[in-house]
Design a protein around this ligand. Structure first.
Ligand SMILES: *Cc1c(COP(=O)(O)O)cnc(C)c1O
Length: 455
């Protein structure tokens, strides 16, 4: 049962199959091109798409919009400090701005960053700073079907090896992504995080958390890691933050707001350097890239997100949809996390080769069948072709992500998704692959044009 009731409703668009076929043709079979009004259930992302609480909305009305020294900032700073222990909290408009500011301050060109897996904007910001981002996911992450509880972990062997290796002097930073968004939202264990922190300390390399889903990671720790069974998610989260030197936070995830983020820091000298960059590119340090009301809303979101009954309902929703998906005959990345389910499209559609994008084909079909928007995470996102369209690299897996916005859809919506998945499986042999017609040189999945290839 969701531990909240509905006070404000927003109608969702109901469309006909003919309308959806026409819409998909118009946007050249790229779901990013659709108007949101053409989507019935939007599972594109869990980022900034959650529902605010009544308490957050009313705190927003009371927000202090003073340029300098606003009451909202001090409230925000106190809440971040209580949760993380970091004395410095720099507000930014969203997570990637925190990445840009931290890396500009901490990464001279030629350095290396290590991570369980860099999120794509994190990697992009490391590379924009002229540095190299190296992912060290644990070997268990490669087995999509296994029940391993912590496939989001970093590979401690390779981490220790790198910290002692010939490039050790170039390693400027370790980033732990909680949960590991690049590895299907799988969690990181406290054991893994603790060992990572001691390796970093031993080698005097700062450790930062990419904490976008810190509460979801903490909840999964209380469920899956024996030593933490009797702790609350909030207690686990507090402990996790205390192991690191700071955090990068996209509040659009576990801050449960529509926009916002922050950079949490322990070191005063680093905070002063980052503040200068903040002033130049985001705003004065007591508002950063945000309005005063946003700071109050984040402060409340950071508190509400660790409430056990909220996290329980979120986990139950993910488990419910996982069951419907398996019952429909679609394999998912196991075990399911909290923010999204990852469907194994490659296995469902073996007649579609990687360069005809089975994940994209499944995502388009879910839209045609029931107006559901999802996102491909396969060879359209990660692969490449030569100038004649012949495949050069394919993704390791052909996945489709169904993200779950926070507090937004109820169980009846998920049941509808289950029906659409089942109907899609019925038709699977008739689902066409897709051919790229046009692609931009960078981040092609957002803007490329495709067309179905029959037969
Ligand atoms: C979303 C996200 C980011 C970037 O945050 P934005 O608020 O979208 O800029 C960074 N890391 C992770 C793990 C994320 O999920």
């Amino acid at each position: 049962m969701e531990p909240y009731r509905i006070k404000v409703v927003e109608p969702i668009p109901v469309t006909t199959r003919a309308q959806r076929e026409q819409a998909l043709r118009r946007v050249h079979y790229n779901l990013f091109g659709l108007r949101a009004e053409e989507v019935t259930i939007d599972l594109l992302t869990d980022s900034g798409t959650g529902a605010l609480s009544a308490a957050q909305w009313s705190a927003g009305m009371a927000g202090d919009e003073s340029y300098a020294g606003s009451r909202s900032f001090y409230h925000f700073q106190e809440v971040v400090h209580d949760l993380t222990s970091y004395p410095y909290a720099l507000p930014v408009h969203q997570g990637r701005a925190a990445e840009r500011i931290l890396f500009s301050a901490l990464l001279p060109p030629g350095k290396i960053t290590l991570s369980n897996t860099h999120f794509d904007t994190t990697r992009a910001n490391v590379e924009l700073a002229g540095c190299r981002a190296v992912d060290l996911p644990c070997p268990q992450a490669g087995d999509l079907d296994s029940d391993e509880p912590f496939k989001g972990n970093i590979d401690l062997h390779r981490l220790a090896h790198a910290l002692r290796g010939p490039d050790a002097s170039r390693i400027a930073l370790v980033v732990m992504t909680l949960t590991n968004n690049g590895e299907a939202g799988q969690p990181v264990s406290m054991d893994n995080l603790t060992r990572t922190a001691s390796l970093c300390r031993e080698h005097s390399v700062p450790l930062f958390l990419d904490a976008a889903r810190f509460a979801e990671n903490a909840r999964l720790v209380t469920q899956r890691e024996a030593a933490f069974r009797d702790m609350s998610p909030r207690q686990v989260a507090e402990q996790a933050f205390r192991l690191a030197d700071g955090c990068l936070m996209s509040a659009k995830k576990d801050g449960i707001v529509h926009i916002g983020g922050f950079l949490g820091l322990r070191d005063r000298a680093l905070a002063e350097r980052c503040e200068l960059l903040l002033i130049a590119t985001e705003g004065f340090p007591t508002y950063g890239g945000l309005a005063g009301r946003d700071l109050d809303m984040i402060a409340l979101g950071l508190t509400e997100v660790t409430e056990p009954c909220y996290l329980q309902a979120r986990a139950d929703a993910a488990r419910h949809l996982a069951r419907l998906t398996r019952e429909a005959g679609i394999a998912i990345v196991e075990p399911p996390g909290l923010h999204a389910l990852y469907l194994n499209a490659g296995r469902l559609l073996p007649h579609i080769p990687a360069h005809r994008f089975p994940g994209h084909a499944l995502a388009c079909q879910l839209y045609l069948e029931g107006g559901i928007r999802s996102v491909e995470l396969g060879s359209l996102y990660l692969g490449s072709e030569d100038e004649n369209g012949a495949p050069v690299t394919a993704a390791p897996y052909e996945l489709v992500r169904l993200a779950l916005p926070r507090r937004t859809y109820g169980l009846s919506h998920l049941n509808r998704v289950g029906e659409v998945l089942a109907a899609t499986v019925e038709e699977r042999e008739r689902i066409p692959g897709y051919r790229l017609v046009e692609q931009p040189p960078l981040l092609r999945h957002f803007r490329s044009k495709l067309e179905p290839v029959q037969g």
